[in-house]
Ligand binder design. Sequence first.
Ligand SMILES: Nc1nc2c(ncn2[C@@H]2O[C@H](COP(=O)(O)OP(=O)(O)OP(=O)(O)O)[C@@H](O)[C@H]2O)c(=O)[nH]1
Ligand SMILES: [Mg+2]
Ligand SMILES: [Zn+2]
Length: 357
Amino acid sequence: MSSDPHVRLRPIGWSDAPDLVAAAGTRRVARVTGQHRSGYDVSEFSGDVRRVQPPAAWTRPRGDPALRAAVGDWVVLDSDGANIIELLPRHALLKRGAAGEHYRQQLIAANVDHVLVVCGLDADFNPRRIERYLLVIQASGASPVLVLTKVDLLTDPALVEGAFELLGDVRAQGIPIHAVNAKSADSLVVLHQYLGPGKSAVLVGSSGAGKSTLSNTLLGREKMKTAAVRANDSRGRHTTTHRVLTPLPQGGVLIDTPGMRELKLSGEEDLADGGFEDIEALSGMCRFSDCGHSNEPGCAVNAAIADGSLDEARYAHYCKLRDERDAAAVSLAQRRAEERSIQQAKPRRAKDKLGRR
Ligand SMILES: Nc1nc2c(ncn2[C@@H]2O[C@H](COP(=O)(O)OP(=O)(O)OP(=O)(O)O)[C@@H](O)[C@H]2O)c(=O)[nH]1
Ligand SMILES: [Mg+2]
Ligand SMILES: [Zn+2]
């Protein structure tokens, strides 16, 4: 037997992070590659897939979803390899607010080093949506990379330049941007710096952006199904329906995800770190500390809009994101308080029952 218990995990992205190694010990470790109603898919080595069952606590409807495994997580299995018994510590977690009446968070991927935001250079191109993605990624602990696909469809190079110009704020944050043809392996060589042994990346973006096409080209085989977008508006058909983690031939892993209709903020985003540092700083320079930036005298925000140093549309977008983040943060706090009171009520209820006997 090998003296290195994690040798088979390295090709599926094991990073030898000290806290992970310490928590795993010599137990049976696997990586979550898929999540289904009937259980989790996990791999103990490259090419392996096994359907396992989660601990009972994870199947209860309430409770913090971040305490359950997501695709990309490392978990400890029981000795038969049939059940997950523990979730190992993670270094990054990408999540969003889930659509629906009640506030919930949805986990997108865990333990990723890079989040590749995939956006087509067709009607999918939308700088405001990209800014929203970057804000959500900022809270994840992973680094964002912007991948603009379908560059081969643009016959005029000026159009590509125009797209880069519209992403000035993104570039100013130092976020890398690559324009690629997702169907060409040569074109994707620029992405190899984010992939490789010990590294994990996830692809996010709207349906039809080319996430699965990109996955297949990097994999060198047609593992993922792809489908043509609608001609009139470049919208995809939600071809990918589950998140899937796949080891790459050059090492490391890539997670493909279903196209997102809407990316709601989770409430944990920091606007200053998420690309709006300048606006947050300006707000601090107004004469009144509680300035609403409407008609107050000495308002630094209005002054910046007036002298053209702050784009009004960008400011409006910032306000929208800030209000959404604040509302989500209130819901998140309420949700956590409810969960705490349920947790605290449990032992009391058990005691009541014992007392009645
Ligand atoms: N010409 C060209 N076509 C591309 C490129 N990337 C993707 N496509 C095409 O765009 C369509 C949608 O690609 P998919 O890979 O299925 O998109 P997706 O992001 O996985 O979509 P969902 O699974 O629905 O979220 C397919 O017809 C691809 O062939 C590209 O860089 N160039
Ligand atoms: Mg897809
Ligand atoms: Zn002000």
